[in-house]
Design a protein around this ligand. Structure first.
Ligand SMILES: Cc1ncc(COP(=O)(O)O)c(C=O)c1O
Length: 307
């Protein structure tokens, strides 16, 4: 990374520790579970947000970008981080939001606007079409100095920052777990782990079998034969951002036992899944599992469980 503002920003981030999760049932299964605490990097550009944005921003600044446009839902962690970092770096930002403008803005949307993001609401069908534009200069009608950032920061450049998580792991391990939205973070981990490690993704959305093809597309120079990576589709709890009381109970118990907050869209579902798989004996005795805490705790605001 060459941009001096980004280097300064990174120097001020918190430390992502590796915390052991002690639970009698985990020990009884003969496995070990650790949490890589990327949530501690920053309250807003936390978790995979910084990892994914880092080299994208570096590229944008290197080509004199003045404005970044991206897309997301009304609680998007990605847009939240982008708006915040845009304000810090003096880059204009524009967020295209899925669905109608709500009568009352939620806390995420209010933050976006207070950080100077231009916010535009579009229909769900128009939103889906925007997913076809996958490179920084692909969006039709872009002006000089504008940069298009696909949903969730899903660009090949994002993989480079995510791979740095792997380089930071100070202990040996067998399985690295991560929540998947666009699976960009998953692809970044796959890109860097050694051949004898496995990356296990947990899809946050229902019917996400298309993610494997998306991952392959992002791993342009590396055939992805699923040997060391797979995405588990069983812990979506009814769909993206759908929250059930059993998940809320799990997150509350987890926070009480370990003093670590989760959120229900990504990390809550992933850890619920990991606990469930440990109980089922999915992991072999002696295996060490590391789960990536991808942050996004701002998303906790306004999520209500559906019974
Ligand atoms: C907190 C959190 N965890 C995980 C993810 C999933 O990341 P990806 O879209 O790279 O799969 C997201 C979405 O970006 C997120 O906000």
């Amino acid at each position: 990374m060459v941009n001096k503002h980004l280097i300064a920003l990174e120097q001020n981030l918190g430390t992502s520790s590796l915390d052991k999760i002690n639970e009698p049932f985990i020990q009884a299964q003969g496995v070990e579970l650790y949490l890589k605490r990327d949530d501690l990097l920053h309250p807003v550009i936390s978790g995979n947000k910084w990892r994914k944005l880092k080299y994208i921003l570096n590229h944008a600044l290197s080509i004199d970008c003045q404005k970044i446009t991206s897309m997301g839902g009304a609680y998007s962690n990605h847009l939240h981080a982008l708006a915040y970092v845009g304000q810090l770096l003096n880059i204009k930002t524009r967020g295209i939001i899925r669905g109608e403008r709500p009568k009352k803005l939620n806390p995420t949307l209010s933050d976006l606007m207070s950080w100077g993001m231009e916010v535009e609401f579009i229909s769900r069908s128009d939103y889906r079409q925007l997913r076809d534009y996958k490179t920084y200069n692909a969006l039709p009608g872009m002006q000089q100095g504008e940069y298009w950032l696909p949903e969730g920061g899903a660009m090949v450049l994002a993989l480079q920052g995510v791979a740095e998580v792997v380089d930071e792991l100070t202990i040996d391990y067998d399985v690295l777990c991560v929540a998947c939205g666009t699976a960009t973070t998953f692809a970044g981990l796959i890109n860097r782990v050694a051949d004898n490690k496995r990356v296990l993704g947990f899809a946050a959305l229902k019917g996400a079998d298309f993610l494997q093809a998306d991952v392959q597309q992002m791993l342009v120079n590396q055939p992805y034969d699923h040997k060391n990576g797979s995405i588990c589709l069983d812990y979506h709890f009814g769909g993206f951002a759908k929250v059930k009381p059993v998940l809320v109970d799990f997150m509350q118990d987890f926070e009480q036992a370990h003093g670590i907050q989760l959120e229900p869209v990504y990390t809550g579902k992933m850890l619920y899944g990991i606990y469930d798989l440990i109980r089922q004996g999915f992991f072999k005795p002696g295996q060490r599992i590391i789960a990536l805490h991808t942050g996004g705790l701002q998303g906790n605001r306004g999520i209500t469980p559906v019974i």
